[in-house]
Ligand binder design. Structure first.
Ligand SMILES: Cc1cc2nc3c(=O)[nH]c(=O)nc-3n(C[C@H](O)[C@H](O)[C@H](O)COP(=O)(O)O)c2cc1C
Length: 208
């Protein structure tokens, strides 16, 4: 199989955290979300456990509940950034994050990816095996959205109230929520690669 490298690399390098350019007025059909979850389920899982589950909120009341939980920890967290000097890139991220916090309940769908099991042991073996069995799938989901003209943003702020979210949405005990993704069509699709440190600055060969 030959890939179109230009297109594949463009998808991988321009899938940004979208907040201000989420289209709040264009509905997202459930089939599109299911299609992206079908693609995400090709991601790897430890021991091929496939313990992922996806909670999709598209009901206004459910979204408002999730947005409340997000704001409860998010307002304070984002305000803490304002008390220190911010470089340009971080300042823009915080502005954008503030915006997302305010409009979260108006985003067409909020997706909470979950993974079966709870891991309290902080040892990397357990943490990496557990979270590593869902986060690659989440990124695949975000890439699949992007290739269909939709955008999303990996967020974790609601997890400060994970137990309350579990209670509100009937998430069974023993599941771990890993994120909350706002999902919407994007206003325009012309996203750009972000500035990153060069690969040879962050890579070590054979010895650190
Ligand atoms: C683990 C993780 C947690 C994040 N949590 C939040 C969040 O709670 N709210 C938010 O607006 N963005 C969140 N982000 C998005 C980051 O701010 C974003 O990835 C970063 O600024 C780089 O921007 P880019 O994804 O467009 O390259 C999170 C990203 C990651 C990987």
């Amino acid at each position: 199989m030959e890939f179109d490298l230009a297109q594949t690399d463009a998808l991988l390098t321009t899938t940004r955290s979208v907040r201000k350019r989420l289209d709040l007025d264009r509905p997202v059909p459930r089939e599109v979300i299911l299609d992206c979850i079908r693609i995400a389920a090709q991601a790897p899982t430890g021991g091929n456990a496939q313990g992922w589950r996806w909670l999709v909120l598209d009901d206004p009341e459910a979204k408002a509940t999730a947005a409340d939980l997000y704001r409860r920890s998010g307002r304070e967290y984002l305000a803490s950034y304002r008390s220190r000097p911010l470089d340009d890139q971080t300042g823009k991220v915080i502005d954008s994050a503030d915006y997302l916090l305010e409009i979260l309940d108006r985003v067409p769908a909020l997706v909470i990816p979950c993974i079966k099991g709870r891991v309290d042991d902080p040892a990397p073996f357990w943490q990496a095996s557990h979270l590593g069995s869902i986060i690659p799938a989440v990124w695949s989901f975000q890439l699949a959205l992007r290739s269909r003209g939709l955008g999303s943003c990996f967020t974790t702020l609601h997890l400060a109230h994970e137990a309350e979210a579990a209670e509100a949405f009937g998430i069974p005990a023993g599941m771990t929520q890993v994120a909350l993704l706002p999902v919407a069509y994007t206003k325009g699709t012309d996203f750009k690669p972000a500035e990153r440190r060069p690969a040879d600055h962050i890579t070590h060969w054979n010895h650190w």
